[in-house]
Design a protein around this ligand. Structure first.
Ligand SMILES: *Cc1c(COP(=O)(O)O)cnc(C)c1O
Length: 418
């Protein structure tokens, strides 16, 4: 059963102050979730979770997570600045980028972030544009050793990371160039709900950690398992339990890392989706009903606010405020206003009868939701609200205005240009 923290009346009152559409995030639920992660992983000698900023790039959220003890995982200059705004610095920040521009490497080093190199050639690139820092991480692409995942695809076809051979050469080169502390990263899955898939990834990294030590004397300080823990978007799916994941990883750690004498080895993660995804909702109003070859419900939100259904055919559960338990007697396509026929939040979805004016709540939108928004078709991205633990609701990002949309144009110049 998917839940939403406000009653229909509370939501109607809220929309008088903040017209739909908007995102709402539940701070208490996010904090509880962060604590559950840290509790489950406290069985490791050293654990650090770096929240993937791209999932919900709002400094208010990052500050909440930093307060709970999370770091940040950044992949661009603005994401580094967001981590900085949240008060994070130094090794609390992982910089996992690819095809990285030189100024972004410079900023990462300036903040003292852990640079995670995506390619062998970036060793020379980083040295040219800044310097090789004492602590350096490399991203591994296991290629044919690892099966594919729906969103990222087969590792062999993925653009990320070093091959195995390149890692051995890369760490040796980095040591020659003065690096003193080393870490290994991989990220081969996205939204993966299969526990064994994640354990298998960890096994690959642990075995590689042992091989790096025995073959070339590179003793890793930590391994970073990346992001990619799935969430149950569909009501009949089950999430991954942190305790089962942590215990599974600990079993591998005790079997592979300890006997090799590599204990303590830090375990790092870069989870985004599982941290905030279930605790954010896109709230929208049905403004049209249309009956042609199919029945359509037109919302005041569009794919420009939440791209996942249009981009990957992703499922997002929808409930109608006040009709949570009503019988699902109708079949609708629930759509937005973009001039693109994939602007559909749901296709042929069973739902209770919907009238114009009803509030539609789109669930599990707290990660890769507002963050993926865009301005195509002149759409203005909606704002973000935070439900505080005491029950008050605060605006943490206002909705865009037409002035924002035109802000990058010099309209004075247009008047005299031709
Ligand atoms: C996207 C991404 C993450 C976060 O992924 P989630 O699926 O949100 O957990 C972490 N690390 C890297 C390198 C990523 O690209």
């Amino acid at each position: 059963m998917k839940t939403f923290p406000l009653s229909k009346d509370e939501l109607e009152t809220l929309t008088k102050q903040y017209p739909t559409p908007f995102y709402l995030y539940d701070e208490a639920a996010i904090r509880r979730n962060a604590r559950a992660v840290l509790q489950a992983f406290s069985i490791f000698p050293a654990f650090k979770q770096h929240y993937a900023v791209k999932a919900l790039p709002n400094p208010f959220i990052l500050k909440i997570l930093a307060d709970e003890g999370f770091g940040a995982d950044c992949s661009s200059l603005p994401e580094l600045l967001l981590a900085d705004m949240a008060g994070l610095a130094g090794e609390d920040i992982m910089f996992t980028s690819n095809e990285t521009p030189a100024p972004e490497y410079r900023k990462a080093l300036e903040l003292g972030a852990v640079v995670n190199l995506d390619d062998y050639t970036h060793i020379a690139f980083l040295e040219r544009c800044a310097a090789i820092p004492p602590l350096i991480s490399c991203r591994y692409n296991p290629g044919p050793l690892k099966g594919g995942n729906v969103i990222i695809g087969a590792p062999e076809e993925a653009k990320y990371g070093f091959t195995r051979d390149q890692l051995f050469a890369g760490f040796s080169l980095l040591r020659d160039k003065g690096a003193l502390r080393f870490a290994l990263h991989t990220m081969v899955a996205s939204n993966e709900l299969n526990l064994d898939y994640h354990l298998e990834t960890a096994r690959l990294l642990f075995e590689l950690a042992v091989e790096l030590d025995t073959r070339i004397g590179i003793r890793l300080e930590f391994v970073n398992l990346g992001g990619g823990i799935g969430i149950p978007y569909r009501p009949d799916q089950e999430g991954i339990e942190y305790t089962r994941l942590a215990e599974g990883l600990k079993g591998l750690y005790d079997k592979i890392i300890r006997p090799a004498g590599l204990d303590p080895l830090g375990i790092h993660t870069e989870w985004g989706r599982v941290i905030t995804g279930p605790y954010g909702w896109l709230v929208s109003r049905a403004i049209h009903r249309k009956s042609i070859y199919r029945e359509y419900i037109g919302l005041d939100a569009s794919m420009a606010d939440l791209m996942r259904p249009g981009l990957y055919g992703a499922y997002h559960h929808i409930t109608i405020a006040g009709k949570e338990t009503a019988a699902e007697t109708e079949t609708y396509d629930v759509v937005g206003s973009l001039c693109e026929n994939n602007d559909k939040f749901a296709i042929q979805r069973r739902l209770p009868p919907i009238q114009t004016g009803d509030l539609a709540i789109i669930h599990d939108a707290g990660a890769h939701g507002r963050a993926m928004g865009f301005n195509y078709n002149g759409k203005l991205r909606c704002g973000e609200l935070l439900l505080r633990p005491g029950g008050s609701i605060k605006l943490i990002r206002r909705a865009e205005t037409v002035e924002d949309y035109f802000a990058t144009l010099d309209l004075q110049k247009l008047k005299t240009f031709f």
